[in-house]
Ligand binder design. Structure first.
Ligand SMILES: C[S@@+](CC[C@H](N)C(=O)[O-])C[C@H]1O[C@@H](n2cnc3c(N)ncnc32)[C@H](O)[C@@H]1O
Length: 307
């Protein structure tokens, strides 16, 4: 198993493979018959070359269910965490939020699928190696995302998220929505904590933070989900090891310490119940969770931290 001491894939200058896996799953889902489609990310296929995206719903379902048989719960997490985030985003935009920060954006296509929204700006923050690959693809495809600004940051290298965002035009005095999806478990604990602390200074009162976390048991090998443990071994072998696990309790405490107040939470089975439709094609192994939390006023932060 890889350790935090080994150079990761991105430290070697290669784009994230797990971001590619995510794009592949989303591209396949986009071909599934509408009644069973989980996300509908019609731009994901842009980023997928090998193997080419499936062409029929049957082929797409065969590929997705094969992955889900080996790694139960991942399809739900990869596709439905985005639905959870987009629900939060739509609600925040309806209340006047006009800044979105995507941390570890990978091949996320929210800025392409939900572009205008009357002045909405996206700040896509990612490791330079992955971001370079995304931008090359967009240029080759002649696709412009006018609402997106790209901000290269390595969370592990001690880069200042605040400086990079403000330099890119982000306004810390205005509310924002932060999506940090599919990332925390790939970082060392100190990088997760440093990023949360940084967000505390960057998010105006009323801002919303949404992120997912992996259970400790997947990291230490004690989780009762063989598919999740097999995925942990696989990503580790590919140079993107899972490094940090959390529990629903520790994640809630961590966001409170950073000055946020939890407003919604969902585990994988909740995601499938909420967004999976009448006949979900994905399993619901319960080894990951999502949290949405609002930047509280300073007083709440202090009482929240004590709670
Ligand atoms: C599984 S992908 C998730 C991508 C996207 N958020 C999504 O849900 O489709 C993990 C992302 O985390 C980013 N990442 C991992 N380690 C990072 C680091 N040290 N600094 C910045 N980004 C990092 C990768 O570049 C990649 O885009």
């Amino acid at each position: 198993m890889a350790t935090s001491q080994q150079a990761t894939r991105m430290q070697s200058g290669l784009p994230s493979d797990t971001a590619y896996l995510t794009a592949r799953a989303r591209a396949a889902d986009a071909v599934v018959t509408p009644a069973r489609r989980l996300l509908d990310d019609r731009f994901a296929a842009l980023f997928v070359s090998e193997p080419p995206p499936p062409r029929t719903s049957e082929e797409a379902l065969a590929r997705l269910t094969a992955l889900d048989s080996a790694h139960g719960g991942f399809i739900a997490e990869i596709l439905l965490r985005q639905r959870f985030f987009e629900d939060q985003l739509i609600h925040a935009v309806a209340t006047g939020v006009r800044q979105v920060v995507l941390l570890g954006a990978g091949y996320d296509t929210t800025a392409l699928r939900m572009p205008g929204y009357d002045g909405l700006r996206y700040f896509e923050v990612d490791h330079p190696a992955t971001q370079r690959s995304k931008l090359e693809t967009l240029v080759q495809a002649a696709i412009d995302a006018p609402s997106a600004t790209y901000v290269p940051v390595d969370f592990e290298a001690g880069d200042s998220l605040a400086e990079a965002l403000v330099e890119a035009g982000y306004r810390p005095d205005l509310r924002c929505v932060v999506g940090w999806l599919g990332v925390t478990y790939f970082l060392r604990r100190d990088a997760v904590e440093r990023t949360l602390e940084g967000l505390s200074g960057l998010c105006a009162q009323g801002s919303l933070l949404v992120f997912d976390y992996m259970d400790e048991g997947v990291i230490d090998g004690t989780a009762p989900y063989p598919g999740a443990l097999a995925m942990a071994a696989k990503v580790s072998a590919q140079g993107e090891p899972y490094l940090t696990g959390m529990t629903p309790e520790s994640v809630s405490a961590a966001v409170r310490r950073a000055g946020f107040w939890p407003t919604d939470e969902a585990r994988v089975p909740d995601l499938v119940r909420r967004y999976g439709g009448a006949d979900p094609y994905c399993k619901d192994d319960d080894f990951m969770g999502l949290i949405a939390a609002e930047r509280a006023v300073r007083d709440s932060r202090e009482s929240g931290a004590a709670a």
